[in-house]
Design a protein around this ligand. Structure first.
Ligand SMILES: CC(C)(COP(=O)(O)OP(=O)(O)OC[C@H]1O[C@@H](n2cnc3c(N)ncnc32)[C@H](O)[C@@H]1OP(=O)(O)O)[C@@H](O)C(=O)NCCC(=O)NCCS
Length: 241
């Protein structure tokens, strides 16, 4: 049994509940604490779990006996940023998989997060830092890149290929065998019927690209991402020589 699980991001009470369920089922940690950078929240309890301080509290954690989970999941860029901060402390990330979610035949990272009633299909894979919320479906043979968020009841059908940092809104559906480029946002309730280039925002039934990578770079929509990722996205709109 590990000593402490640090949950980062007190805005996600479903994540706290998932951690408590996992621990009730498998007794993985002696104690669970929350960390959040909003000082107004310090000392408050969520489902009996205390917000012990800001993310810098991880400086007191021990990589041998403690683990951490990134609960931040409102947007993929913020999730990515918080992950980068956590990584600096060298504390290993824990997986949180609801005990009733089957994962046989799927390839999951050591920090996979799958909430209750999510489906992780056989022969599917999820990248580091990706999360499937309640009722989300990762279809069989589908691949999800790093740092993706599948919101409640989002459906990634069979053999869909999803890039890094993609946000799939609640009740959105991506039809089988399509490709979704890196850092795309799929709006809630959208049905994606064609391949989507990187950095798009897609909305509607059928889904239309309402914002392109070029427009979003102009809006500085990716300013929170690491320079290397921003440069990579900028390269993609340069015309071929
Ligand atoms: C696509 C999305 C990211 C856009 O967010 P945003 O940039 O803040 O955009 P806004 O909310 O300002 O909306 C812009 C316009 O699109 C419309 N719109 C936004 N999302 C929509 C959706 N899913 N379906 C239909 N129209 C939508 C808004 O009504 C607004 O219309 P208007 O210009 O006529 O007033 C967001 O609306 C969305 O769908 N997020 C997913 C939320 C989700 O699934 N959360 C799960 C956690 S429980």
């Amino acid at each position: 049994m590990k000593r402490t699980l640090y949950l980062c991001g007190a805005g996600n009470s479903e994540g706290v509940r998932l951690a408590l369920t996992v621990n009730r089922n498998a007794q993985r940690w002696e104690r669970i604490v929350l960390l959040d950078d909003d000082p107004a929240k310090h000392g408050i309890e969520i489902l009996g779990v205390r917000i012990a301080g800001g993310l810098d509290t991880l400086g007191e954690a021990d990589p041998q006996s403690d683990e951490v989970v990134n609960l931040v999941a409102r947007t993929t860029d913020r999730r990515w940023m918080v992950r980068n901060r956590i990584e600096q402390f060298g504390i290993p990330f824990a997986a949180l998989i609801h005990p009733l979610v089957e994962t046989d035949g799927a390839s999951l990272p050591s920090d996979a997060i799958a909430y209750r009633n999510s489906t992780i299909g056989s022969l599917s894979s999820m990248g580091t830092g990706s999360v499937a919320f309640m009722g989300a479906i990762v279809g069989h043979g589908a691949t999800l890149g790093n740092g993706c968020i599948v919101a409640p009841n989002g459906v990634i059908n069979a053999r869909v290929r999803v890039g890094d940092g993609v946000y799939i809104g609640s009740n959105a559906s991506i039809l089988p065998e399509l490709s979704i480029g890196d850092w795309t946002t799929i709006a809630a309730n959208t049905v994606v019927t064609q391949d989507i280039p990187a950095g798009s925002t897609v909305l509607g039934v059928p889904g239309k690209v309402v914002l392109t990578l070029e427009m979003k770079l102009r809006m500085r929509a990716f300013r929170n991402l690491p320079q290397a990722v921003q440069r990579d996205l900028e390269q993609r709109i340069k015309p071929a020589a």
